[in-house]
Design a protein around this ligand. Structure first.
Ligand code: ZN
Length: 417
């Protein structure tokens, strides 16, 4: 049975050029005593936008690991797939993020609901989860509501899981279930019943990605109350712990945080909470690798700087179109975006400083960073030029990618000084 290591990192690499730099960050962590399993992930949406195939991610992962002589385990994640999109990922992936977010709120049929309730209603009343100081008081109506809201999604997860299992065989891949791309967070009590649903469907889920409170915008810091997040996160961990024993889920079931990258305000506490309770964690970092490529090109100056400025100028003209598919995961204040005129005279360091995520740097502009984050499509339109620049300025680009994953993500999470 394939099992995911205790700590794992989901690495996005939209254009498939940074596998080696990303792996270097993983290897560096290992030198500091932190073993992280790398997982390369790319969603269907990203493949569609760029025109790549899931097999390209496999090729890149195999190539990067071979080149580096990396002999530990690594995975290729079919990120946010559903019943309709999973097919072309099946051969090349060994990790599947089954996304059931869009099914939440649809009601399962009455018999299914009745059947689930017949077992679940025994949790009515006081529900005491070991490690959570305050017990939950669960009413019958609450259990019915949760069932009506989530059971259909859990049944869909089973359909999708079965499709993959049929093709690959049980135990030959890692299963994640994600529900993060919804507006409403799931409470720890909801998570408890969702895990029961997945267990009853016999889905060997190894990672679960709930939606947490607060905003996880792409490429920028956490927006919300970090204290409240810590409490919620710790409660969720305890719920998972209990559910593993109570429902017989895989022993190594752990939390997956679809971080959207750069959640610096909560990384240290996520790290310390998982260490305190000796838990594993999967951190998905999303496609900010692309932003690090932009930064690497910017600091290279000359034609490379001109290229990324041009991308920014185009993104200003197409802002609505670029942002529409990401409305739930970005918050751009248009009035804070620097004008073309301003940016035109910026030198390499000034441009890089605007989008490099260094909290406290007065030149850092999260609005510009988010806009460029969703502007990767514009580079895809000029792929040949873009790739030749990435090759030509590889040193600076890979340094930027490495720095971001290692210094800004891994060091914060695992308290590496
Ligand atoms: Zn996600």
């Amino acid at each position: 049975m394939k099992t995911l290591g205790k700590y794992s990192f989901g690495l996005g690499d939209r254009f498939g050029h940074q596998g080696t730099a990303q792996l270097k960050a993983i290897t560096e962590a290992s030198k500091h005593g932190i073993e992280i399993t790398p997982v390369w992930n790319k969603s269907n949406r990203e493949h569609m936008t760029i025109g790549t195939q899931p097999s390209d991610v496999r090729t890149e992962a195999d190539h990067a690991t071979k080149k580096a002589g990396f002999l530990k385990e690594y995975f290729v994640d079919a990120d946010h797939i559903n019943f309709d999109t999973v097919d072309r990922f099946i051969d090349s992936s060994d990790f599947f993020t089954i996304d059931v977010a869009s099914y939440i709120g649809s009601k399962a049929d009455d018999n299914e609901i009745k059947e689930f309730l017949s077992g679940a209603l025994k949790y009515e009343g006081e529900l005491k989860i070991p490690g959570i100081a305050r017990s939950f008081n669960i009413s019958k109506q609450q259990i019915i509501n949760i069932t009506e809201k989530y059971l259909f999604a859990a049944l869909k997860a089973w359909d999708i899981y079965r499709k993959i299992e049929k093709a690959k065989g049980r135990g030959n891949f890692i299963t994640e279930v994600s529900m993060d791309e919804v507006p409403e967070p799931q409470t720890p009590a909801e998570l408890f019943f969702i895990l029961r649903m997945l267990a009853l469907e016999n889905i060997p889920v190894q990672t679960i990605a709930p939606k947490f409170s607060g905003r996880f915008n792409k490429g920028v810091d956490y927006v919300g109350d970090p204290q409240a997040f810590n409490l919620e996160f710790e409660s969720d961990l305890k719920v998972i712990d209990y559910a593993v024993r109570e429902f017989g889920l895989p022993e190594n079931l752990k939390m997956s945080i679809h971080s959207g990258s750069d959640k610096f305000a909560i990384y240290p506490s996520i790290g310390s909470i998982v260490r305190k309770f000796n838990k594993g964690i999967h951190i998905k970092t999303a496609g900010t690798t692309w932003l690090e490529e932009v930064i690497g090109l910017a600091v290279s100056g000359g034609e490379a700087l001109d290229f990324v400025k041009e991308i920014y100028f185009e993104s200003l003209d197409m802002i609505e179109e670029l942002c529409a598919p990401y409305a739930d995961v970005i918050d751009i204040r248009i009035s804070h975006l620097p004008s073309k005129k301003e940016v035109a005279v910026w030198n390499q360091e000034r441009f890089a400083a605007a989008i490099r995520h260094i909290p406290g740097n007065s030149n850092y502009n999260p609005d510009m960073r988010q806009l460029l984050h969703v502007a990767y499509k514009l580079a895809a339109h000029k792929m040949d030029t873009y790739f030749s620049l990435l090759d030509k300025y590889e040193d600076k680009v890979s340094e930027s990618v490495y720095e971001n994953i290692f210094s800004r993500h891994i060091c914060r999470l695992f308290d590496i000084k």
